[in-house]
Design a protein around this ligand. Structure first.
Ligand SMILES: N[C@@H](CCC(=O)N[C@@H](CS)C(=O)NCC(=O)O)C(=O)O
Length: 103
């Protein structure tokens, strides 16, 4: 929960069985972002209001609405600066870059 508002920071729309939904939830966990899962199916009205293609996950964060798991993960990474303990510190960041570079 966000301490100031006592509400989750973001809403994730999608069913928990979806690997793409799971990816976004894991990104939230890694960043320490409080996320509320809204368990709605692909092509439900709630999803279509955000994503004309109807796929899950979709994300709501205040006035921001996004779809595509990679775009959502990039957004979470850019907006929420707090890193989970596992990825904090110099050695964790070096490891992340090595993975990103494909080396
Ligand atoms: N490229 C999309 C793929 C999302 C996706 O395919 N989600 C599935 C559920 S696991 C879905 O919504 N399928 C319904 C459909 O394709 O119409 C992403 O990364 O978010």
């Amino acid at each position: 929960m966000s301490p100031e508002t006592n509400r989750p920071a973001v809403d994730i729309l999608g069913v928990p069985q979806s690997i793409y939904v799971r990816t976004v939830r894991m990104a939230c966990a890694e960043k320490g972002v409080a996320a509320r899962l809204i368990p709605v199916a692909p092509h439900s009205p709630e999803v279509l209001a955000i994503n004309p293609f109807g796929t899950i996950p979709a994300l709501r964060h205040g006035a921001v609405a996004l779809f595509e798991s990679k775009a959502i993960a990039s957004y979470l990474d850019a907006v929420f600066k707090r890193s989970a303990p596992r990825s904090s510190g110099t050695s964790g960041r070096r490891g992340g870059r090595a993975v990103d570079s494909g080396a």
